[in-house]
Ligand binder design. Structure first.
Ligand code: NAI
Ligand code: MG
Length: 366
């Protein structure tokens, strides 16, 4: 029952926040019977500096073999002058492509202690815990035809096309239904079937799949524009939201502001189920490498730690350990520990390392 974990800290604050995850891993290994076979590799600017490429083929192969990948962040201003294929960010783009990571999962969870960080009224977001599942490899960002053409009269037109196939819709919907079963068992499917053919097919495919394989899960449908409004009006009505690439891009950014703080938000990207029954999955905070604060020991490690909790829940089936970590984080915040990004009056401002230690202290008490 040993699981293979590939750890890719990356650049900037990536390695700093990953060190705090290591403390949590050490504790779980000693006290909760977690057995991990961990490999760690360079990606991004760190890999460019040593190997001349943002990610080596060997690392891609390791990612394919691993049961899960824990990713930090890539991006380094030192490499911003070079060509596109030598940008640190190519590391994450290649991983998404090669592991066919087609579903991006973004939870928006509000911790009581950080209620005042939300852009909404406390009463609207208290206890909020929703998950947005966004299709990431299809839809209007990739559909053909696309391009900018010059018309006979010399004027130009830009074209993008939203294309979704039954298979593309089914696999992301399956991911959402599976997730709902280990959450509050409710899925809301979001499209604009009133004006879009791809949206109409989306709704039909989700409805058929539900009837066929997921009748135990509660399914509802909502138009994307209404959904944006509902997320601000009453976000707690949702459990799992599933939607296409474009609407998911907008709605997940909107939802992240319901919680208010970038340094607190984890994410996952799931790929296809392999023949072995294993599903490729990569977990990372939604924030980047934060070059403006890198090296100062002040970054918030909680998004990275919560990404690891998601990994335990969704890739390793260790719900209890995931809850333990999330409870520890919640308690640490309730005790007043704050990194600079979530600092408010009367609280104790702490470093990255002290925040990580505090989470482990709290795990000991649970
Ligand atoms: P960013 O998320 O790195 O930083 C935005 C702001 O939030 C900065 O002021 C930063 O200091 C702050 N911040 C971010 N994470 C924080 C944390 N854990 N604790 C405290 N403060 C935090 O986004 P930005 O500045 O747009 O991008 C910086 C670099 O990161 C770029 O090279 C970008 O391409 C890359 N990036 C990489 C991602 C990835 O690896 N998946 C995702 C987003 C950006
Ligand atoms: Mg976005």
């Amino acid at each position: 029952d040993t699981r293979k974990l590939l750890v890719l800290p990356g650049d900037g604050i990536g390695p700093e926040v990953m060190r705090e995850v290591a403390k949590v891993v050490t504790w779980l290994t000693a006290h909760r019977g977690l057995k991990l076979d961990i490999a760690e590799e360079l990606v991004g600017g760190a890999s460019l500096a040593k190997h001349g490429v943002p990610i080596r083929d060997e690392v891609i192969a390791l990612a394919k073999e691993a049961d899960a990948v824990l990713f930090g962040s890539v991006g380094d201003p030192a490499w911003s002058h070079v060509g596109f294929d030598k940008r640190p960010e190519v590391a994450i783009l290649r991983l998404r492509q090669e592991l066919e990571l087609f579903a991006n999962l973004r939870p928006a969870k509000v911790f009581d202690a950080l209620l005042d960080a939300s852009t909404l009224k406390p009463d609207v977001v208290r206890g909020l815990d929703i998950m947005i599942v966004r299709e990431t490899v299809g839809g209007i960002y990739f559909g053909e035809p696309r391009g900018i053409e010059t018309l006979p009269d010399g004027s130009r037109r830009g074209v993008n096309t939203e294309v979704y196939t039954t298979a593309e819709i089914e696999r992301v919907a399956r991911g959402a239904f599976d997730l709902a079963r280990v959450r509050d068992n409710r899925v809301c499917s979001v499209e604009k079937c009133n004006v879009m053919e791809s949206g109409l097919l989306w709704k039909q495919v989700v409805t058929d799949l539900h009837a066929r394989d997921y009748a135990d899960v509660e399914l509802s449908h909502m138009l994307a524009d209404n959904c944006a409004m509902q997320l601000v009006r009453n976000p707690r009505q949702f459990d799992v939201l599933v939607t296409g690439n474009l609407f998911g891009d907008l709605l997940s950014d909107l939802a992240s502001m319901l919680t208010g703080s970038l340094g607190m938000l984890p994410s996952a990207t799931l790929g296809a189920v392999q023949e072995s029954g294993k599903r490729h999955a990569l977990y990372e905070p939604i924030h980047g490498s934060a070059p403006d604060i890198a090296g100062q020991g002040i970054a918030n490690p909680l998004a990275q730690i919560l990404s690891f909790a998601m990994l335990l829940r969704y890739s390793f089936g260790r719900e209890d350990d995931a809850v333990l970590i999330e409870t520890a984080v919640s308690n640490v915040l309730a005790s007043g520990f704050r990194t600079a990004d979530i600092m408010s009056e009367g609280m104790a401002r702490v470093s990255t390392a002290v925040m990580g230690d505090a989470v482990v202290q709290e795990l000991r008490k649970l």
